[in-house]
Design a protein. Structure first.
Length: 345
């Protein structure tokens, strides 16, 4: 495990040691309304006396520059300097937004992440991506900046409702589909009936970390991690703008079906493999509802996808289960067709 990653029962003691380093001036904990209530009490014993709690509203709709301004104002008013530490306690919204706030505050505030959702533990907190949504576009503003520490303790998964846990599982499945066919075969037999999440999280983190180390700033292989996200982000953004928000993992599950179908259309994946992927995903995830007439408008949002180059929409597809392939050009018409395919299922 990379030096900044701490996973398992030793994770929070490692955070305590990090925060007690000589020269640390102040510590703030950034939490949303849910993690402040459910997770902060578990974290408190590992925090230094005199730390501050900064609480922000929960939900993707608050992953904005306005929320960042609230965080920056509190840090400024309480005299936080670059030798202070911001501990981000929460799911993907908190870790993405908190990392972004830390990266920009005084050109770089020390930052530690304590991810509390399955999605954040296996994906959002790993690899140094930060960001906020802007004008309805997912993570449109952001920077790459590794935190000083990522401390993953699966005890926090006990605070999640079943829907949140299921949403995070989508990113676990994504890692299997792009890089580990054997784990997919094993996982699709087990599903969400997991007694101990630690081995699942460790294996999933290892897949992502291996890819990130090859390509920290997403110039090449890191694009593999975007499987399911070209369609997924477009759908998530569209439904959020329409006031019908869904969870990120739910959108990614839709995106994986659509992009697996596109892989078949381009001769990369067999229909039998698509059927296996679809059958498994629909045993875990409920079908996301949208109107057939909305498919073109949803696809249109993919024009702003960060993987694009000029007018070319670049997608990550599958060359068989367990083997992702990136920089695959797709058209808006093809994306809309994939959404129509999903709608018919």
């Amino acid at each position: 495990m990379t030096d900044y990653l701490h996973l398992g029962p030793a994770a929070l003691p490692a955070l305590a040691a990090q925060l007690s380093r000589p020269g640390t001036t102040q510590v703030a904990v950034l939490a949303d309304a849910n993690t402040a209530r459910l997770c902060y009490p578990e974290l408190q014993p590992y925090l230094p006396a005199g730390h501050r709690l900064i609480s922000i509203p929960a939900g993707e709709e608050h992953k904005t520059l306005e929320t960042c301004q609230q965080v920056w104002t509190e840090l400024t008013e309480h005299g936080f300097d670059r030798h202070s530490v911001l501990v981000c306690l929460g799911g993907g919204v908190v870790t993405d937004l908190g990392g972004f706030c830390a990266a920009l505050y005084k050109r770089g505030l020390r930052c530690a992440l304590v991810p509390t959702t399955l999605l954040a533990q296996v994906d959002a907190a790993i690899g140094g991506k930060t960001g906020v949504d802007y004008h309805g576009y997912k993570n449109h503003l952001g920077v790459f900046q590794l935190p000083e520490a990522v401390c993953i303790d699966t005890r926090f998964l006990g605070t999640l409702d079943p829907r949140e846990l299921r949403a995070g599982y989508a990113e676990v499945v994504k890692h299997w589909l792009i890089a580990d066919a054997g784990a997919f075969e094993q996982g699709r037999r087990q599903g969400l009936f997991v007694d101990d999440w630690l081995p699942v999280v460790e294996a999933s983190v290892a897949v992502k970390q291996d890819i990130v180390q090859q390509d920290p700033t997403e110039r090449g292989p890191r694009k593999l991690l975007n499987f399911g996200h070209t369609v997924g982000h477009a759908l998530e953004s569209y439904l959020l703008l329409q006031g019908r928000p869904i969870l990120h993992g739910e959108a990614v599950a839709v995106g994986m079906v659509c992009e697996a179908w596109l892989s078949v259309q381009k001769g990369l994946l067999t229909p039998e493999e698509l059927d296996k992927i679809e059958t498994f995903l629909f045993t875990v995830f409920e079908k996301v509802q949208f109107i057939l007439l909305e498919t073109e408008a949803i696809a249109e949002l993919a024009r702003q996808d960060k993987k694009n180059q000029g007018e070319v929409i670049n997608c990550t597809l599958l060359r068989g289960i367990g083997q992702g392939v990136y920089d695959q050009p797709v058209t808006l018409a093809e994306l809309a067709a994939s959404l129509r395919y999903y709608h018919r299922l």
